[in-house]
Design a protein around this ligand. Structure first.
Ligand code: ZN
Length: 146
């Protein structure tokens, strides 16, 4: 047993998968201390404070490396990508690398009848695809192109 001081978010009760305080640690698979546990508090998502920290550190690391951020939403990723710009062009690879899932959108429409290409809306972001797999992202405040 570890002698380190760490906050435990589980009780010593027997695991009961039907109980409302039964949890699977959100950090499961990432050097988790107790993957299944009975939570002390209803809001507990991690078995220990250590797991909570490991999970946040891993998210930060993934983000800094520009890899996928599977646990944040498309909208959060788009906000980071756009950095308050109105229009930015990306390659398909850049979009895939940041982990934006273009199949999860709010609305899809026919953007270019001639080419049969579609555009999508994700929150306030309008996403269209040009030739060469170039992806154009605009925010709603972008109104020109007349
Ligand atoms: Zn854990």
């Amino acid at each position: 047993m570890s002698t380190k001081m760490e906050k435990l978010y589980y009780t010593t009760e027997k695991i009961d998968r039907n109980h409302k305080r039964y949890r699977v640690c959100k950090n499961k698979g990432n050097d988790c201390f107790k993957e299944e546990f009975m939570a002390k508090h209803g809001s507990a998502k991690f078995c220990t404070e250590q797991c909570n920290n490991k999970f946040s550190n891993q998210e930060k690391k993934l983000f800094n490396e520009g890899n996928s951020i599977p646990r944040t939403s498309n909208i959060d990723k788009l906000r980071v990508l756009m950095q308050n710009k109105d229009l930015v062009t990306f390659t398909r690879k850049e979009i895939d690398d940041i982990g934006i899932d273009l199949s999860r959108h709010d609305h899809r429409y026919l953007d270019d009848k001639r080419r049969g290409s579609f555009g999508i809306w994700i929150g306030n972001f309008n996403i269209t695809m040009r030739e060469n797999n170039e992806i154009v992202i605009r925010t709603k405040i972008y109104t020109s192109e007349k």
